[in-house]
Design a protein around this ligand. Structure first.
Ligand code: BTN
Length: 260
């Protein structure tokens, strides 16, 4: 069964809320979550006026880009549920690779997707813990994909690009079609994750990951540290090996290839 909402059809597991504009699809999904909206509600907007990024940053808009959030109510311990961010990043990376067959597509910890080293997609996960049990009451997974436009960032660590700028054409430049593709891929990835656990998701992510085994700079909430990106652990945390030999388990922050 598919839901028909305008021109966009998603697999029947999803309930689609399609909007012309909104402050942020994550904020709208959170409001709907608090009002009792079900698992797999998707909020999609053609425009956002207050798009949110990780670490309190703004996610800049652009006409014809894709902005959506999936509201989930995963019945798993929070650490495990957060692995769904890697499921989503894999779905985006696969779709981007299909749209740009000869491009170098990478994933960057935690959930960014890069084309030729430039960011094309970011994911913001926000959740609220359930009272009295170790699980999220709701988890919102917000995905932004630069389809037709990208911000001209001043931060040289974070250049951006779009599918259009990289030479994609046809349906790949239609945000609604991209949403359909991503919803299908996410659903397939989520089913594999639910059946087989994080292993296959983690392996798929690592097969495209930028920086593993290399020297990276990690901008953490309270400090910046440098070391070797030694591993991605079972919980999705980045294991950084410092020069002192100490290993740090990093669960939040931004990581860049170190320039030396
Ligand atoms: C990042 O900083 O890389 C995460 C960016 C996430 C942006 C998306 S766009 C759809 C959803 N709504 C938001 O306000 N943010 C996410």
């Amino acid at each position: 069964m598919t839901i028909d909402n305008g021109a966009v059809r998603l697999p029947g597991r999803f309930r689609l809320v399609a909007l012309d504009g909104v402050d942020s699809t994550n904020l709208e999904a959170k409001r709907l979550a608090e009002d009792g909206a079900p698992d797999f509600t998707v909020v999609w907007a053609r425009e956002q006026t207050a798009g949110r990024g990780r670490s309190g940053r703004t996610w800049l808009g652009g006409a014809g880009n894709l902005y959506f959030s999936i509201l989930l109510r995963p019945d798993y311990p929070p650490d495990q549920a957060m692995q769904l961010g890697f499921v989503a990043a894999n779905a985006v990376a696969d779709a981007v690779q299909t749209a740009l067959p000869s491009a170098h597509v990478h994933v960057k910890w935690p959930n960014d997707v890069l084309v030729e080293g430039k960011k094309i997609s970011g994911i913001l996960m926000e959740g609220s813990l359930a009272a009295g049990r170790p699980a999220f009451d709701w988890l919102v997974l917000g995905v932004g994909v630069n389809v037709n436009a990208h911000p001209k960032t001043q931060d040289t660590h974070m250049p951006a690009t779009s599918l259009k700028a990289e030479g994609a054409s046809g349906d790949a430049l239609d945000a609604g079609r991209m949403l359909e593709t991503l919803a299908k891929r996410f659903l397939a990835g989520q089913a594999t994750w639910a059946k087989l656990g994080f292993g296959p998701v983690r392996r798929h992510w690592l097969s495209r990951a930028q920086g593993v085994g290399r020297r990276v700079t990690a901008r953490l909430p309270r400090e910046t540290v440098e070391g070797v990106f030694a591993a991605l652990d079972e919980g999705g945390a980045l294991i950084l090996r410092l020069d002192s030999g100490e290993q740090r388990r990093i669960t939040a922050g931004d990581v860049f290839l170190a320039v030396r």
